[in-house]
Each structure stands twice: as structure tokens, then as C-alpha cells.
Design a binder for this molecule. Structure first.
Ligand SMILES: Nc1nc2c(c(=O)[nH]1)N[C@H]1C(S)=C(S)[C@@H](COP(=O)(O)O)O[C@H]1N2
Ligand SMILES: [Mo]
Length: 517
């Protein structure tokens, strides 16, 4: 058998192994996906700066890239094992078993994965892989007539394939590969998302005791290309360390309030939904958002305010930090006083009028105005823990600041940075945010001209970003446009350029456009 054929056989074996493992993982609710397990293991093992670099350069594509990388390595490994199998089938079979074992070890590193099911998934995958490899490398070719020895006496490790057998070999190889891929995709789709959407659709949100807004008509500007006041859920930025979105069943979900409190308690989803809820429009932002970036968004959130929950728990002396703990182990902590001071700080259950989407933390998450998400916005919330200030959330030992207040920022949306536009009278427009402080003014500077006051859309809530625009007679040539915001306390945003680490990017947004003559 040629090297090429052997490599194909190896790839088909790995496809069968991964496919069956993913299918089993999708069919049995608690069984882990080994691919996801390896990915999670990688995320947990890489240094913080590398993880942050991946988020910064790849954005939301970081997860597909990681999974893609794992698959590419698997295919290469499969090809190598196929070639190896020509002479040393047992060794190659051992390689497949080791490959599966690696996945099982990664799965067991996460103690949410049941041991028996993890081993089962790995064993079935390995068995499928070895079976396909044996069939293709041994069973099929052995029916072929052994070839005449060549001049140098080397007949090859396994017999060459006759034309008929070659066709049969390619059919079986292709079939195994296609079946493996289909099983893998099927398993991924079966992994609980569909069922979750049915559960979400059945939820009826209670009417809030305090409503957000109302949003005055003047709060939105009608300028093509300008970011809307509310970002639809499907378009809302998403940042988290979760490779597979946690699928949390609201019927079994519970949230604990515990730690340095006199009366720790637990709430079921039904109990949480019976508590008085508020609604609030809040702009949230990621500390990894570059100046001019889009890891920021505004939504209407609904949920149970934190303060009454903390009062019920009874804060102990020294409980200076509130830590949100996710079902996946992620943690984020911020000063307890923030939760007591801000009426809008909440355990959110809804986003823009519907139960939280799975990607944004279903069934419940924390939302705190004015704090970056990495210290506050824990999704898939499992517990609220009251601690002293010494306990650190997930990102703190990875090089990020302990406190994460959102920096005042403006962004230029129109004209598109780097675009070429016709010479005409047209608006320069964007959004600016300083949650909890509000935006009082935005100024724009074109080339070396003076700072000009932009027109602001009407403000109705300090926690919500504000749209702004400046009419501009665009003259032919290349232009540099910058902007800066002033918050509700009269503080102009700093022009000092800092990177996103450790506490958020600062500096004026600057864009360049070319105006056609
Ligand atoms: N469980 C969990 N919650 C999390 C995170 C995470 O990695 N895991 N990331 C946080 C960060 S860094 C941000 S910026 C916000 C983003 O929320 P969004 O994805 O709904 O926009 O979620 C926060 N909550
Ligand atoms: Mo973030």
C-alpha cells in the first residue's frame, strides 16, 4: 500500500474515532466532548497574556480557531499513524488509543465531567478508530495478490492494491471519513442547545416593578452607519472563556448566596423569578476593547436587584468583595459597596425583552453599571460569594487590575475608518459612554482644526451610551478625525494612550478617511 493511501486510511480512522466520540457525547447529556475538553484544557493551561492576545487578535473567532487547530493536528496525527500502520499496526493502534486517552485525561481535568462517561466516550472513539484502521490497512489489502518484488527486492510492507481493490479502498476510506464528520457534526448539534431554546421559549418574564426609560424620541439619531442605541442580542459582543456555551437547565439550576453572610440561602429559578424585578438600560464594556473597538454594547436588562439579596443574606463585617461564580468555574469580583450603592446592579435574567440567550449567560448573570465585564458580569451564575478583598477573580492573577471601572470613551462610527467617501456635506457621528457618570459632551477635531462641539442625542440615563454627530463639509483629500468625550462630572477623557492591559485602553479615537475630489 502506498504512503498516500496509508495516510488516507489513518485520517479516516481518526475521523471515525472523533465522530463516534462526539456523537456519544451529544447523545448522552452528561458525557463530555473530548475535543472541547482538550480545548478547555489548552485555555486553562496557556499563560494569561497569550489568552488575552488571542482575544485581542482573534476576537470572537478565538474559539473556532482553537477548535480548528485541534482538528488540523488530529488529521495530521491520523495521517502519520496511517503510514506507521503499514509496518507496525499494533503500534499505530496504540497511537490511536493514546490519542483518545489524551482526550479522556483532558476531560477528567474538569471535575464536572463524570469519570465513567468520559472513559466510555474515549473507549468507543478509540475502538472505532482502531477498527477502521485495521479494516483499511490489513483486512482490505490482504485480499490483494502480493506484488512481485521490485528490483531492489522491496515489496513494501503491505501488498500494493489492485485497481479493483484501490477503488474499494477509496470507497471505504471516503465512507468512513464522511460518516465520521457527519457523526461529529450531529453530536455537536445534539449537545443540548436545541432543547435549551425550547426551555427558554417557554419562560414567561414577570412584569418589572420598575421600568427602564422611557426612551425619548430624541435619544436616537437617524444617521446611516451609526451604532443603534440598543444592540440586538444576536449582534451583541460576546467574550468569555467558555469553549462550549454552558447548557444550564433552569429546572435544576440553583443560585447560592454564601460566604461572609449570616444567613446563606439558595434560590431556584422559579424562586428567583418570583422576586421583584427591575429593568434598566445599561451599556456594558470589555476591558479588552481597544480604542475604537466594538467589545461594548447597550441592552435593556431585567432582573433581581442585588441589594435586597444582600440584605436578606446579612452581610458580615469585612465582606468587602462580591464574587460572582459561574457554573463553569469562572469568577469575577468587585467591591460590595458598589452593589449596595447602585440600584441597577442586578442578577439579570433577561436581555432586550427575552430570557438571556445561552451565549450571554442563561439562566442568570450579573450586570453592574460602570464596571468592566471581567470584574463584574459573571454569566451562567451559580453563586454570589461574599469575601474579603484578598480573594481574586479569574483574570486578576493573569495580569489584570483588581478594580475595573469603565473608562470614559468616544467612538467614531461614521464615516467608516479608512473609507473613501464623496465630497459632500455629511455627518461625523458615533457613540460615547461613561456608565454611572453619563456623557455631557463630545468634541471632534478635523486635521489641525479646532476642537468642535458635537451635537448630542438626548440623554435619558447615565448608564447608557449617547449618540453624537457633527455636520461636516468634507473637502477632497485625506483627513484625520479624532474625538473625545466629557463625562457627566465634567471630566474630559484622557488623551494618554494605554494598551488594554491592565485596566482598559485609553486615548482619543482617531480615524483617517479619503474624500474623493
Ligand atoms: N462565566 C463567565 N462569565 C463572564 C466571562 C467569562 O469568561 N465567563 N467573561 C466576562 C467578560 S470579560 C465580559 S466583557 C462579559 C461579556 O459579556 P457578554 O458576552 O454578554 O457581552 O462577560 C463576563 N462574564
Ligand atoms: Mo471582558
Amino acid at each position: 500500500m502506498s504512503r498516500g493511501h496509508a495516510a488516507l486510511a489513518g485520517i479516516a480512522s481518526v475521523a471515525a474515532a472523533l465522530g463516534l466520540a462526539e456523537l456519544v457525547a451529544g447523545l448522552i447529556p452528561q458525557a463530555p466532548s473530548l475535543i472541547i475538553a482538550v480545548g478547555d484544557f489548552v485555555i486553562d493551561s496557556v499563560p494569561g497574556w497569550l489568552e488575552q492576545w488571542a482575544i485581542a487578535t482573534l476576537g470572537t473567532a478565538d474559539k473556532p480557531v482553537l477548535i480548528g487547530g485541534i482538528l488540523v493536528i488530529s488529521v495530521l496525527l491520523g495521517a502519520a499513524l496511517g503510514v506507521l500502520a503499514r509496518r507496525w499496526l499494533v503500534l499505530a493502534a496504540g497511537g490511536i488509543a493514546l490519542f483518545a486517552l489524551l482526550g479522556v485525561v483532558a476531560a477528567l481535568a474538569d471535575d464536572r465531567n463524570p469519570v465513567v462517561l468520559s472513559v466510555l466516550v474515549g473507549a468507543l472513539g478509540a475502538a472505532a478508530g482502531v477498527a477502521v484502521l485495521y479494516t483499511l490497512v490489513v483486512a482490505l489489502p490482504s485480499r490483494a495478490v502480493p506484488p512481485e518484488p521490485t528490483a531492489d527486492g522491496d515489496a513494501g510492507p503491505t501488498p500494493a492494491l489492485s485497481p479493483v481493490d484501490r477503488r474499494r479502498f477509496l470507497a471505504v476510506t471516503g465512507g468512513a471519513t464522511v460518516l465520521g464528520v457527519l457523526a461529529g457534526v450531529g453530536g455537536y448539534l445534539l449537545s443540548g442547545r436545541e432543547r435549551l431554546n425550547d426551555l427558554r421559549a417557554a419562560i414567561r418574564l414577570p412584569a418589572p416593578v420598575r421600568q427602564a426609560g422611557p426612551v425619548p424620541p430624541g435619544a436616537t439619531l437617524d444617521i446611516p452607519g451609526l451604532t443603534p442605541l440598543f444592540i440586538p442580542n444576536e449582534e451583541f459582543y460576546r467574550i468569555d472563556t467558555a469553549l462550549r456555551v454552558p447548557v444550564v437547565n433552569p429546572d435544576t439550576w440553583q443560585m447560592e448566596v454564601r460566604g461572609m453572610v449570616d444567613n446563606p440561602f439558595t434560590l431556584t429559578y422559579a424562586e428567583l423569578m418570583e422576586l421583584p424585578q427591575i429593568e434598566a438600560d445599561i451599556t456594558i464594556a470589555c476591558v479588552s476593547n481597544e480604542v475604537g473597538g466594538d467589545l461594548v454594547g447597550n441592552a435593556r436588562w431585567q432582573g433581581v436587584p442585588l441589594r435586597p439579596l444582600l440584605e436578606r443574606a446579612g452581610l458580615q463585617e469585612g465582606a468587602t468583595q462580591l464574587i460572582g461564580r459561574s457554573v463553569d468555574g469562572f469568577t469575577a469580583g468587585f467591591p460590595t459597596v458598589t452593589a449596595l450603592d447602585l440600584e441597577e446592579a442586578m442578577v439579570a435574567v433577561a436581555m432586550n425583552g427575552e430570557p438571556l440567550p445561552a451565549e450571554h449567560g442563561f439562566p442568570a448573570r450579573l450586570i453592574v453599571p460602570g464596571l468592566y465585564g471581567y470584574v463584574s458580569a459573571t454569566k451562567w451564575l451559580a453563586a454570589i460569594e461574599l469575601t474579603d478583598w484578598d480573594v481574586d477573580g479569574y483574570w486578576i492573577p493573569r495580569g489584570w487590575a483588581k478594580e475595573g471601572p469603565v473608562k470614559t470613551q468616544a467612538r467614531i462610527d461614521v464615516p467608516r475608518p479608512g473609507s473613501t467617501i464623496p465630497a459632500a456635506r455629511r455627518p461625523i457621528a458615533g457613540v460615547a459612554w461613561a456608565p454611572t457618570r453619563g456623557i455631557e459632551g463630545v468634541e471632534v477635531r478635523i486635521d489641525d482644526g479646532p476642537w468642535q462641539q458635537a451635537e448630542l442625542a438626548e440623554s435619558y440615563d447615565v448608564d447608557v451610551w449617547r449618540q453624537w454627530f457633527l455636520p461636516w463639509d468634507a473637502t477632497p483629500g485625506r483627513h484625520v478625525i479624532m474625538a473625545r468625550a466629557t463625562d457627566g462630572e465634567g471630566e474630559v477623557q484622557t488623551d494618554e494612550r494605554t494598551p488594554v492591559a491592565p485596566d482598559g485602553a485609553s486615548g482619543y479615537p482617531v480615524i483617517e478617511v479619503v474624500v474623493d475630489g
